[in-house]
Design a protein around this ligand. Structure first.
Ligand SMILES: NC(=O)C1=CN([C@@H]2O[C@H](COP(=O)(O)OP(=O)(O)OC[C@H]3O[C@@H](n4cnc5c(N)ncnc54)[C@H](OP(=O)(O)O)[C@@H]3O)[C@@H](O)[C@H]2O)C=CC1
Ligand SMILES: O=C(O)[C@@H]1CCC=N1
Length: 280
């Protein structure tokens, strides 16, 4: 099987590194192209055997599975370049949340899917969010999910939930890192402890918390209940966080969904039709 990647920026290169390091793919199975070729050549230096194609058309025509790792507003022009190269048996996968399956199915003859990865996939952790177009068959789904399962837990979602699930799965690591950064800044300033110690402790704590949620069956509510002794220190601090944070998450969800909607409106204009869709 040949797997192609158009766009080898942050996420394209992360996926390539993760697929190779996990043993899912050999470099010889991978072919890539990127707008500025240096980035693609850097990857080829890192992974001997990987092929850098001279253009996106070449990457598309010779791939059984093609990952499109570009930003939303770059889709229309890349689709125009590659549409004549893609045939019925090939699978094109967008990793970009606002691009809708119908945008892809209306312009490409091949099978299409949307997979939203996460930076956590670099460690073999986290989820990859899977949505499938109408031409995808059971064996295509199995092929895609067996590839993804080397680097993540594939989770099928409704396309109408793309944004909210991406908020948790893909934006979440950045959101939680900001929470950690602010907390550590305050701790360093108020107590004089060194930042490296707290960075390490924060990482171990997040890893352990993740395992309690995924492997031990805790819900976030149950976890708080187990840690907070009634009348104790955690309970008092939780009450403070609770009173300050609740409203913030409504604003957070509105912010991500407003930006998603902004991109969708531009994509509808680029693809020449308007998709009727729920706001949330
Ligand atoms: N970062 C993350 O954690 C996640 C990102 N995503 C999604 O992945 C997508 C890509 O994000 P990210 O990798 O961070 O962005 P980057 O800007 O790092 O990468 C985009 C890449 O696409 C290349 N590119 C642009 N236009 C073309 C073209 N016409 N032909 C070939 N290559 C092209 C760019 O090349 P050049 O070097 O010239 O700029 C760049 O290397 C986004 O839609 C994002 O939402 C999804 C999940 C998680
Ligand atoms: O929001 C998105 O489309 C993805 C998730 C993280 C970065 N980009």
């Amino acid at each position: 099987m040949k797997v192609g990647f158009i766009g080898t920026g942050s996420m394209g290169s992360l996926l390539i590194d993760a697929f190779i390091h996990s043993g899912a793919l050999l470099p010889e199975q991978i072919q890539i192209s990127n707008r500025s070729p240096e980035k693609a050549h850097q990857l080829a230096k890192r992974h001997a055997g990987l092929t850098v194609c001279s253009c996106n058309e070449e990457t598309a025509s010779s791939s059984n599975v093609l990952f499109l790792c570009i930003k939303p507003l770059e889709f229309r022009s890349v689709i125009n370049e590659i549409k004549d190269q893609l045939e019925e048996g090939q699978i094109a996968i967008s990793i970009t949340s606002p691009v809708q399956l119908i945008h892809l199915e209306s312009t490409l003859n091949c099978k299409v899917a949307k997979i939203i990865p996460s930076i956590t996939n670099l460690t073999g952790g986290g989820a990859s969010l899977c949505m499938y177009g109408s031409r995808i068959k059971e064996e295509d789904r199995q092929l895609i999910e067996s590839l993804l399962s080397y680097i993540s837990r594939p989770v099928e979602i409704l396309e109408s939930h793309t944004r909210i699930t991406s908020d948790f799965s893909s934006c979440g690591p950045a959101f939680l890192s900001l929470f950690m950064e602010k907390w550590i800044d305050a701790a360093v300033e108020m107590t004089g402890i060194d930042r490296r110690t707290l960075n390490a402790l924060a990482g171990e704590m997040l890893l352990g918390t993740g395992k309690l949620l995924t492997e031990e069956g805790f819900s976030p509510e149950q976890l708080q209940h187990r840690v907070a002794v009634p009348g104790g220190i955690t309970a008092q601090a939780l009450a403070l966080l609770d009173s300050n944070l609740s409203g913030l998450f409504y604003q957070l969800i509105k912010t991500t969904h407003d930006k998603y909607e902004e991109d969708l409106v531009k994509l509808d204009a680029a693809f020449g039709f308007t998709i009727n869709r729920p706001r949330y």
